[in-house]
Design a protein around this ligand. Structure first.
Ligand code: THU
Length: 148
C-alpha cells in the first residue's frame, strides 16, 4: 500500500532523477522513481546514445538499478518526462513506453496493483496502474511449466 505522502515523495524523487537525464539528441528529459516492496526508492533517468537505438529509458534505468540491488517487486513508479525547457508546473502526460511497461510487468507485487504516477507538476500527478496500461500481459507465470 502507498499513501498520498509517499506518492508525492516518489514524484519529487522522479523530478530529482530527471536532473541526471542524458538526452543530448532528443532533449526530452525523463526521470523515474520506483518504490520497491522492501521500502526502498530507486531513481532512474533516460540515458541516450549516439547510435539512438541503444538509448535506455528512465523507467528501465530505475528498474535495473532496483533489481540489481536485490529488489524483488515494485509497489509504484513515478515518471516525469518533458522537453528540457518545459514549464515544470504544467506538463503534458508522458506515459511509460511499451518496452518499459513490459519490463515493469516482470516485477509486479504478489498482492495488489503496481501503481503508475505520471507527474504533471512537482506536486500533481495522474494515477493509473500497470494493469491498466498493459492488459492481457505476458509474464513469468506463463513460463511456470519450466518449473515442473
Ligand atoms: N523515454 C523514456 O525515458 N521513457 C519513456 O517511457 C519514453 C521515452 C526517453 C527515451 C528518449 O531518451 C527520450 O525519452 C525521447 O524518446
Amino acid at each position: 500500500m502507498i499513501n498520498t505522502e509517499m506518492k508525492l515523495r516518489l514524484v519529487e524523487e522522479a523530478f530529482l532523477a530527471r536532473e541526471s537525464s542524458y538526452a543530448p539528441y532528443s532533449r526530452f528529459k525523463v526521470g523515474a522513481a520506483i518504490l520497491t516492496t522492501d521500502g526502498r526508492i530507486f531513481r532512474g533517468a533516460n540515458i541516450e546514445n549516439a547510435s539512438y537505438g541503444a538509448t535506455i529509458c528512465a523507467e528501465r534505468t530505475a528498474a535495473v538499478k532496483a533489481v540489481s540491488e536485490g529488489a524483488e517487486a515494485f509497489v509504484a513508479i513515478a515518471v516525469v518526462g518533458a522537453e528540457e525547457n518545459a514549464n515544470l508546473e504544467a506538463l503534458d502526460l508522458a506515459y511509460p513506453c511499451g518496452i518499459c511497461r513490459q519490463v515493469l510487468r516482470e516485477f509486479l507485487p504478489t498482492s495488489g496493483e503496481m501503481i503508475i504516477l505520471v507527474a504533471t507538476s512537482p506536486t500533481a500527478f495522474f494515477e493509473t496502474t500497470l494493469h491498466a496500461l498493459l492488459p492481457h500481459s505476458f509474464g513469468p507465470e506463463d513460463l511456470d511449466y519450466l518449473m515442473e
